[in-house]
Design a protein around this ligand. Structure first.
Ligand SMILES: C[S@@+](CC[C@H](N)C(=O)[O-])C[C@H]1O[C@@H](n2cnc3c(N)ncnc32)[C@H](O)[C@@H]1O
Length: 314
């Protein structure tokens, strides 16, 4: 692992778009939260913009990414210009974790959802069907169950449901049936083992990608956790300050879009006379999602599915 040049392992997406969106105020303490620190590039560029005495809080659920990033970021902040708080936690715990460090209000928050390229490219990080490794897929290996638990223990009907909902896989039923039959003889332990079986059940090479995605989403409770965290983030933001969310998949983007949309309305119930008394708290800063430029896609083909949404607390 020491031979790897981690600086080159992940290319940040929508780097300029995110960094340019951040306004730093001179006569105010800026408190910025990066909910998905990952491979640090966004964070390094943002440190450059920040003022002496500002606070930058970094979350990552993955201990290894956090350790790697700490070294790089301490170099970038060697003059201790910015107060840095590193939090090893899932961003679903945003509110509780900020309470622990006595932060009640924040001025900027952003998410760059889910996988870094490091996760995809290394077998021991368990996310790719192209490499063989343990069937785990957790960002935080100390939390919840690995993906093998889902594959070996969930009922067939539950597997069909998650494959359909989170993978949008047309062959969900057949693949779940193959899994249910095979696991009676031998449990699934590795990514290759599962990928081979998906290959047998479905002739479509895209099925592997879709089933692995569904398992990753279920293993990490990605959609529920993102929704809760984004809702909490909006509460934590000071008025006039911003939230920026980058996602890579239509399901993730839908969560952001719906959560933002709900917060731009004064009533969210369908009663003739409003009984929910919901008060809007956001203004959208981009009607259409922000997309990578053609030049960025050429430089980094993985960025092609990225979409960002940006909103201001009102
Ligand atoms: C796409 S990478 C972030 C890349 C980073 N913005 C950059 O510029 O290099 C996403 C990171 O978020 C972390 N992550 C994923 N889900 C998380 C969660 N629920 N809570 C906290 N961190 C999470 C992953 O471990 C990964 O390191």
């Amino acid at each position: 692992m020491n031979d790897i040049n981690f600086d080159e392992k992940h290319i940040s997406v929508l780097l300029d778009e995110l960094v340019d969106s951040i306004k730093i105020f001179e006569n105010k303490k800026n408190i910025i939260v990066d909910c998905t620190l990952g491979m640090w590039w966004h964070a390094i560029k943002i440190i450059e913009k920040m003022n002496q005495g500002d606070t930058f809080i970094w979350f990552d659920a993955d201990t290894r990414n956090l350790k790697l990033a700490r070294v790089r970021l301490e170099q970038a902040n060697s003059d201790n210009k910015v107060e840095i708080i590193l939090i090893h936690s899932n961003f679903v715990n945003l509110q509780e974790e900020l309470d622990k460090v006595w932060i009640q209000k924040i001025t900027w928050i952003y998410y760059d959802l889910w996988l870094s390229s490091l996760h995809v490219d290394e077998a021991d990080r368990w996310f790719s069907f192209k490499l063989d490794g343990p069937l785990d897929m957790r960002f935080d290996t100390e939390s919840s169950h690995p993906a093998s638990f889902i594959v070996n223990k969930y009922t067939k009907d539950n597997l069909i449901k998650i494959f359909k909902e989170y993978g949008e896989e047309p062959m969900s039923k057949k693949i779940a049936e193959f899994i249910a039959k095979r696991r009676k003889i031998q449990k699934f332990e590795t990514t290759k083992d599962l990928a081979d079986l998906i290959g047998e059940a479905s002739g479509n090479p895209k099925s592997k990608n879709r089933i692995f995605q569904a398992l990753r989403i279920e293993t990490n409770h990605e959609l529920d956790y993102a929704k809760k965290s984004i809702e909490d983030a909006i509460q934590l933001l000071e008025v006039w300050w911003h939230i920026f969310v980058i996602s890579f998949h239509s399901l993730e983007d839908r969560i952001t879009k719906q959560t933002f949309k709900k917060e731009t309305r004064d009533c969210i119930c369908s009663d003739i006379i409003c009984t929910c008394h919901h008060v809007k708290s956001l203004k959208l800063l981009n009607k259409k999602p922000i997309l990578p430029t053609e030049e960025e896609i050429k430089r980094n083909p993985r960025s092609r599915s990225a979409k960002a949404r940006w909103a201001e607390k009102i």
